[in-house]
Ligand binder design. Structure first.
Ligand code: NOJ
Ligand code: MG
Length: 534
């Protein structure tokens, strides 16, 4: 049986869209996005052709890390609304034949979560072992050299009980002890709660962090450390992350997901490809989609990217479904990394590669990172490491909907500033123009959904050089040739062995659509085309 005859699931065929809830749509005039706001914009997402919506956390939280520090996994933060608002959102998503994914944050809780409150109350509290408590070394120093992603040591001293606790991120985000079966059961219960409600899946936060070396061995220095990066990168986190036992945990979660129909588990994992693909699990009993971040991590270089695509395709386990991501709430936006013209090529790449694409809200209109003056920085990563401009705020600014005072996002000043030019770069401005970034996205998504070759078809590399990448997507007799010019200069493609004939059905310069290709195919700078081959 070949790929095209198999039944494919919604999360393989469709496009996923990440909503950062604080910044999508405010409905109650407090300058922060909320659930009712998201519900009010569902028609837009449906119009765009999105299948799955992933919400960054909306749960009860002191907001030390904007919701990635959870104090009640079953509660909705009042800023975002109520559980009833959530139920309504879920109902409205399903009514539009779309799916809703939540962010599951199992690695750590907030220090204000009752579990941690109990755990830190005394050394003999029954929940003491739910977190990672260790004695100081004889000289009173930290148990080992592990660093926090947000700067400084990953160990925080607790005066009251005279031990250190481990936090991979903020001091207000103590890591859970996933070797403890009670912790495992408690988190599986959280998953059940949302799955029973009908939620279609989870994006699992920092999946590769969940288990740490039980001997607490020191991490070795990173010989390639670049001082502009997070100080965390000074060490190679080989003992604090990606431990072999993590796969048992992932499998346990997957077994729960499999008790429900067609739910999806996506893992957030920043690892080299060879390590990443292990998260599909033995016989694909792990994450359905271990997030593949190569497009947001690699330099924008045709040869490098082509090699990475091939390496990934080659490393996937049989039946392992690929996926691609260009931006998210932790990294610079694609338009800021590669520029406006190349971002169009990037969109074509994302939406024509084999595998599930995830679009970060606002990328579809070419939103850029917005410079946030130091006194307005909110992100703890930015605040804790002030001398390096590592704040993630610039990629989390309010969605630019229209040219009204606050861009249609809110009727008051938003929690993060808008760029001065939002009156030009917004949804309503772009919706009417066939040449806009938004129209390009909608057209590409439509084409992708209409053509099995593009959403489930096979992938075959054709050519790559300093300027361009060429590949074919194929299902049965249907074949599409995708040519992407990653440079600003024109380039030329002449097939060495095959005489391609066909019609251009998609282009970053839409004027070209409907024309046929000749022997030597010319591409303008920053041009990508999709050719339906005869
Ligand atoms: C990954 C999330 O994407 C990021 O925003 C967060 O700060 C850390 N995990 C900690 O939860
Ligand atoms: Mg609000």
């Amino acid at each position: 049986m070949n790929e095209n005859q198999k039944k494919h699931l919604w999360w393989q065929e469709g496009v996923i869209y990440q909503v950062y809830p604080r910044s999508f749509q405010d409905s109650d005039g407090d300058g922060v996005g909320d659930l009712r706001g998201i519900t009010s914009r569902l028609d837009y997402l449906q119009w765009l052709g999105i299948k799955g919506i992933w919400l960054s956390p909306v749960f009860s939280s002191p907001m030390a890390d904007f919701g990635y520090d959870i104090s009640d996994y079953r509660g909705i933060h009042p800023l975002f609304g109520t559980l009833e608002d959530f139920d309504e959102l879920l109902k409205q998503v399903h009514a539009r034949n779309m799916k809703l994914l939540l962010d599951l944050v199992p690695n750590h809780t907030s220090d204000e979560h009752p579990w941690f409150q109990e755990s830190r109350s005394s050394r003999d509290n029954p929940k003491r072992d739910w977190y990672l408590w260790y004695d100081a070394k004889p000289d009173n120093s930290e148990p080992n050299n592990w660093l926090s992603v947000f700067g400084g040591s990953a160990w925080e001293w607790d005066e009251h009980t005279q031990q250190y606790y481990y936090h991979a991120f903020h001091t207000k985000q103590p890591d859970l002890n996933w070797r403890n079966p009670e912790v495992q059961q408690a988190m599986l219960d959280v998953m059940r709660f949302w799955l029973d409600k009908g939620v279609d899946g989870f994006r699992v936060d920092v999946m590769w962090h969940m288990i740490k070396d039980s001997q607490l061995r020191d991490n070795p220095p990173n010989p390639d450390y670049n001082p502009l990066e997070l100080p965390y990168r000074q060490l190679l986190p080989i003992y604090s992350t990606d431990q072999p036992e993590v796969h048992d945990i992932v499998k346990m979660m997957r077994e729960l997901m499999d008790q429900y129909d067609e739910r999806v588990m996506i893992g957030e994992i920043y690892l080299p490809i060879s390590r990443l693909v292990a998260y599909y699990g033995v016989e694909n009993q792990g994450a359905h989609l271990p997030f593949n971040f190569q497009l947001l991590a690699l330099p924008w270089d045709a040869k490098l990217l082509a090699a990475a695509i091939s390496e990934y395709e080659g490393a996937l386990p049989p039946e392992g479904w690929p996926n691609w991501v260009l931006s998210n709430h932790d990294k610079p936006r694609i338009t800021s990394r590669v520029g406006k013209a190349q971002a169009r090529v990037a969109a074509m790449l994302l939406l024509t590669l084999r595998g599930t694409p995830t679009i970060y809200y606002g990328d579809e209109i070419g939103m850029r990172d917005v410079p946030i003056p130091p006194e307005e920085v909110q992100d703890p990563q930015g605040l804790n490491i002030p001398d390096k401009y590592l704040s993630r705020d610039p990629a989390r600014t309010p969605m630019q909907w229209d040219n009204s005072e606050y861009a249609g996002f809110s009727n008051v000043k938003p929690w993060l500033r808008l760029p001065e030019y939002f009156r030009r770069v917004n949804v309503s401005e772009q919706q009417g123009s066939p040449f806009s970034m938004l129209s390009l996205h909608r057209r590409l998504i439509q084409l992708r959904q209409d053509e099995p070759a593009l959403h489930i078809g096979e992938y075959a590399p054709v050519h790559a050089d300093d300027q361009m990448i060429a590949y074919i997507r194929q299902a049965g007799e249907q074949r599409f040739l995708v040519l992407l010019n990653l440079s600003h200069r024109p380039c030329y493609f002449k097939a060495a062995h095959e005489h391609y004939k066909g019609l251009i059905v998609g282009s970053t310069y839409p004027e070209r659509e409907g024309t046929s290709i000749s022997d030597t195919i010319t591409l303008s700078g920053d041009e990508g085309i999709i050719v339906r081959l005869e």
